[in-house]
Design a protein around this ligand. Sequence first.
Ligand code: AMP
Ligand code: MG
Length: 400
Amino acid sequence: MSAMAGGKRSVEEHAAHVAKLLAAVRSGTRVRIPLSRALHRALAESLDAPIDLPPFRNSQMDGYAVDSASVATVPVTLTVRGVLAAGDGRAEHEPGTALKIMTGAPIPDGADAIVPVEDTEADKRAGTVTVHRTAPAGAYVREAGSDIRTGDPLLPAGTVLAARHIAALAAVGVTDVFVHARPRVAVISTGSELVPAGDALAPGKIYNSNGPALAASAIANGADVVSIDHSDDDPDGFAEMLAHAVAVADVVFTSGGVSRGDFEVVKDTLEPRGGEFLSVAMQPGGPQGTAVVDGIPVLAFPGNPVSALVSFEMFARPALREASGLPAVEYEDRPLTRDLTSISGKRQLLRGRRDGTGVAPASGHGSHLVAGMATADVLIDIPADTTSLKTGDLVKVIPL
Ligand code: AMP
Ligand code: MG
């Protein structure tokens, strides 16, 4: 293979291979869901306003509805004929009089301006109001359709719904929306040394961080995690969990058991079933595996916590985001704020932290440095053939 680096598959080649495997993961499937559950989902339809906003002409202030001609010369005292509250229906204005009006109440037919209550003085006993400031036609009047008109475009397809979009949809009375289906993900972490948080940490044991981390990564990128399991390094248990995972999910992520030790449960189970286990020219995350089990793609990531997360970012994230209709993560070019060196022949993905407009490495190199990774907000992507970089050199960074 042309882009094989030192006998390994390049990151680009492996990414293309994984993209092909994941291409069918519910891409383009749409589902109709209630607006109350649509936050962070990608709209799979473009929506036009079904009504005008505001739906009717209403008052922007608590005050008095008048005709502007009657308040052209001030002060002027007008008879107050009644009160209009928010929620009231239509009313008629009589020229030369006033109706007290609350914010959001419909402007009475024939009135064309609102005098804010601050510019008036009421005489309750006399049933009059004295207006101290003129109000031109249109003052504090919110016209029907002044925000958006019936039929005008409200939100384009692809909008990732944030609170402000939910507000606009609710305002026009939308109850349900078509969104991109979330790919169903199953996560199986492996390793006899691992126990779940909450259990006692016996000698030789560590807490399982990849299970929670891969599930969180999947959710953060638009997926629905339908199953999380943990297998020890016993192939029978793993095979059982895998059978369940492929029955309920569109894609399965595993961690651990893919390299060259004595107990590589994922590799030992999947290789005889046509799985491919190889070394990708990257650091961290070199050992990678892929398989298709009962028609469902399985991505087998290495077990070191940093390797597992970097593998997810490089290979799984683009496909999950595409399937769930989320925009691709945008890479940035940033100047290094420190000199650094890199090994030849492997694409390095250093944990980095943005610092003003620049970026610096955060945490050390070790792929077990899971707490160190929590201090990073980007990966610094150093090409395989680059071995040294100086302060000020531009590097590509991948936001985490
Ligand atoms: P493996 O790829 O299974 O050989 O694991 C490589 C290293 O990552 C070992 O030190 C494991 O203990 C560690 N590791 C594997 N899986 C996990 C996990 N789910 N959570 C935390 N550490 C893990
Ligand atoms: Mg292991």
